[in-house]
Structures are given as C-alpha cells and as structure tokens.
Design a protein. Structure first.
Length: 519
C-alpha cells in the first residue's frame, strides 16, 4: 500500500511538472502573440561581455554591479563591462576579432574599430533576421534612413545609437580666455581666424595648450563637411565627394586644395608651439580637458552658444562638463546628416557571440530603459551623481569614481538625464532632447546619405592604404612634419597601395546607387 501511494505521488508529481511545462510553453506563445515581444529561453543565466572605449574609471565595478541588478531581473543576464582606454581600443578589438576571440557586444563606428571593414570581413553577426524580434522598440525609435545607412551588402550588422547625429563643426574656446583677450569668437569663419588668439595664449598663458589635437579629435577626417566634403564609408580610406558637386565625382581627399590648406595651417601652429609636441601619437586628451589646459579645441556642434542665446537659455558650453570652465561653442558650418555621422556610434554583436539574442535584448534595454541606460552613462545615483529635480536634472559628483561623458556610446540619447553642461531650464518638457531630435529629422541630408561602400573587390588595396595612412597621416594632420615634403609622398604611396582602384570602385558603386535611387 505504501509502495502504491509512493507510486501515485510520483505519477501525480510528474503530471504536474509536465502540465506546468506545457502551460508555461503555451503561456509564452500566447504572450508573444499578444504583446509582440520576442521571447528567448531565459531560464539559463548568461554573462554578456561588452567592450567599449573610454577613459579608465576607478569605480567601474560599482557601476557594473548596479547595472546588473537592473538587467538580470529583466533578461536573466549579467553584463561584464570591458572598458578599454581610447588609445588602445582599435588595436585591442582588431586583435580580438582577428583571433576569433569570443565576446558579445562592442562599440563600433565609421571612425573607430572600422565598422564597415569589420562587418565586411565577417567580424559581426548579421542581425537582419533578429532586429524585429529582439529590438522592436529600438527599431521604432531609430529612423529608417539610419538603418539603411549602416547596412553592408544589404544586411544589418549593428544597431545605430540615435543621438546628436546631425553634425555641424567648429570650435570651443574657454570663456575666460576669450573674454580676457577680447576675442571676437562669433565672427571666426575658419582656422586662420583663430591664429591671433592662439598667439596671445602662447605668450600669456604658459601653462595652457593653445589648441587641442589628438587622434581622437582629428579635425579633418572627423569633420568632413567643414571642407565641403563627405566620406564614403570609412572616413580615412581614400575616396570622398564634394557636397556641392552635382556629378558626385569621387576624389582622393588627401590630394585636394582643402587638405593641403589644412595641413599648412596645422604645420604653422605646430611650429609656433600652439599644439602639443606629441600630438601625432596622442590618442586621448581627457586628462588635459579635465584640467582645463586646452584654450581651444575642435568640436562637433549640433547646437552652439548662439543657438541657446536665441532661445534665451543660459549655456555653459562643451568644455564645462569635464573641466568646470565655461566655453563659447561656435560653428563654422551648420549641421548636416551624412552617412559617416549616422554610423558614428553603433553597437554590434560579435559573430563569435554564443548568445546573440540575449545580447540584442540588452541593447534593446539600453534604448528603452531609462534607469539601465543612465546607470551605464552616469553611474549610481547618490554615488556618482545626484538628482537636482524631478525633470531629470542631475549634478555629477566630481570624485565619485565614474565620469565618462559619453552618453552617445550606449543607446538612445533621448533617455539621457541633463547634467551641468546643459542650460538651466532646458530639462522642462524635455526641451533639450527635443532640440537635437528635431535637428536630426530636419537637417539637410547629404546627397549620398544611405550610400554604403562595399569594399569586397578592393579589400587588399584598402588594407594597404590603411598601412600607409598609419605611417603618414597623423604626422601630417597634426603639423608634426613638413607638408611640402610629406603630402606628395603620402599621395604617391597611396597610389602604389591602390588608392586609384579604390576610388574607381567607389565611383562605380556610387553611380549605380544613384541610378537605382533616382539621384
């Protein structure tokens, strides 16, 4: 009798477990049908490795712990934050991807980690069949032309961060410096107009750097529209177009009057001591920025000082966040939406990832969950920042151990809190975010917006040109070497490496794209 009871208990328990499994399965299917949310098997906890560049932070572990406390209950995953110094990021990711090392998510772009080349080489997973299932809300937030602009061979290999993409360019100047030397900052039209101020700073401020230059903030390859041009694909690879050229003829940007004039100015500044002597190899200037050492710096600007003045809002400038010193931010050119700017901040899933679905679920959270997004951007409330009001106005805690100033690296910036760099009052009704969102939607679009270069036919030439540019470019762009000698040598070596073939291939693809799109 006891054996019978035990047997019945076992049978009933088995039936209950089986029923539970079946009901759970049915429940999941029904939930998926009703809500449209994709479900994956989240019963097994996984750890996702996430690589991104920034300045090393003392309390990265504290942020990781706080982030995982929010992420785990939602997707049963934890995230390992792998912050790599700006100066080492490209090399680190290149080595990892070349060795086929397993990881899950990484920051990539047209200007670092070479998104288009890396995707073309198979480093990233094709997300095309997964986006609708695992990032449905992100897909709604990011405009269609952004998704098209980051496709490689018609496939999506990364999720664009919808941020201040429509970019104008110009410079920031410390307010105390501009005021002291009575500099007419509003009427500066080009680099030459800064020279008198830099001369005064050099003479009168011996502890300051008159003009900031580093690989991270290169004014030529990063600020293409300042020179009336746009890159096609990776901005360092030879082959740009002039924005006002109706025929969209592809040219070698390193052999244009604009580049020659630019490096001539940089050479003059370098020789006069306006630029750091190690500028050609300097990859990160965060320490200089925090210390307020840079009198002026090249800046990507969507809305500058004058724009906020028109709105009647006080503005502390782009230099204020890291240094506490106010700046005037002035545009040389108005914002434009270009392919290289749309692809300036992306999150890709590695082709070696064992959990691509869960990785995309985490990316979805970065774009839709304000708490998760701002934890990664700002750290822990009360430890790294404090809330000032209920309208998402915050104040950073200077010695808290986590200040990265890179909200654009991680997802939808419309979820950002407003720190000290934003004008007071702009947080009301979320006006600050609405300004750049409207700017993105209404900015003049490049005539080549959406064109993506496929380098399959010229992979060898692209790699060869990249090696030449690593050898010559930053020395020229920083003014460290004689442009009359080394610019012709750069162009000659690029030709030997195959630049003409790359340009011809870009032209052919661009012509086909224009024909197909009625351009």
């Amino acid at each position: 009798m006891k054996r019978f009871k035990k047997l019945m208990v076992f049978v009933l328990a088995s039936v209950m477990v089986l029923s539970s499994v079946l009901l759970t399965g049915c429940g999941q299917k029904e939930e998926k049908k009703d809500s449209g949310d994709a479900k994956v098997d989240t019963q097994k906890e996984v750890e996702l490795s996430f690589y991104f560049p920034n300045t090393p932070q003392k309390d990265l572990q504290g942020v990781e712990d706080a982030l995982n406390a929010l992420v785990k209950p939602k997707i049963n995953a934890t995230v390992k934050l792998n912050l790599v110094d700006w100066s080492a990021y490209d090399q680190k990711m290149s080595m990892m991807m070349g060795a086929g090392e397993a990881f899950d998510i990484c920051f990539t772009s047209a200007w670092t980690n070479n998104y288009f080349q890396s995707a073309g080489k198979g480093a990233y997973k094709d997300l095309t069949p997964l986006i609708d299932k695992y990032c449905p809300k992100t897909k709604e937030v990011v405009p269609d032309n952004f998704w098209k602009a980051v496709q490689v061979n018609g496939k999506t290999y990364a999720v664009p961060n919808f941020q201040q993409n429509a970019a104008g360019y110009g410079y920031s100047v410390q307010k105390p410096i501009a005021d002291k030397y009575k500099f007419d900052w509003k009427n500066a039209k080009n680099w030459n107009d800064l020279t008198p101020l830099l001369e005064q700073v050099k003479k009168g401020e011996p502890d300051m750097i008159p003009f900031e230059y580093s690989k991270k903030s290169d004014p030529f390859i990063s600020g293409t529209i300042m020179y009336r041009m746009e890159a096609l694909g990776d901005s360092k690879t030879p082959g740009w177009i002039y924005l006002d050229d109706k025929d969209l003829k592809v040219v070698n940007q390193y052999d244009t009057p604009e580049f020659k004039e630019y490096i001539k100015i940089m050479r003059d500044w370098y020789q006069k001591g306006y630029i750091r002597k190690d500028a050609a190899t300097l990859k990160d200037t965060e320490a200089d920025r925090k210390a307020g050492k840079n009198a002026t710096q090249w800046t990507q600007i969507d809305s500058g000082t004058e724009d906020y003045e028109k709105l009647g809002l006080p503005y502390k400038g782009r230099m204020f966040a890291p240094s506490g010193i106010e700046s005037y931010d002035h545009k040389f050119v108005e914002p434009m939406l270009t392919t290289d700017k749309v692809s300036s901040a992306l999150l890709a899933v590695s082709s070696t990832s064992k959990n691509p679905e869960r990785a995309l679920q985490f990316i979805e959270l970065l774009n839709t969950d304000k708490d998760i997004y701002n934890t990664l951007c700002l750290g822990v409330e009360g430890k790294h920042y404090k809330k000032v009001n209920d309208d998402n106005r915050i104040e950073t805690i200077k010695d808290g151990g986590y200040q990265i100033w890179s909200a654009w690296e991680f997802g939808y910036m419309g979820n950002s809190y407003y720190d000290e760099s934003w004008p007071e009052g702009i947080e009301k009704d979320d006006k600050g975010n609405q300004i750049w969102i409207d700017l993105n939607k209404n900015a003049t679009a490049s005539p080549a917006l959406g064109f993506v270069f496929n380098m399959d036919n010229v992979k060898t030439e692209v790699a060869n040109c990249s090696s030449v540019l690593d050898q010559f470019y930053y020395a020229l762009s920083s003014g460290s070497v004689d442009p009359d000698k080394y610019q012709p040598e750069l162009v000659a070596k690029l030709k030997t490496a195959g630049s003409d073939k790359i340009i011809a291939e870009k032209q052919s693809q661009l012509d086909e794209w224009r024909k197909a799109n009625g351009k």
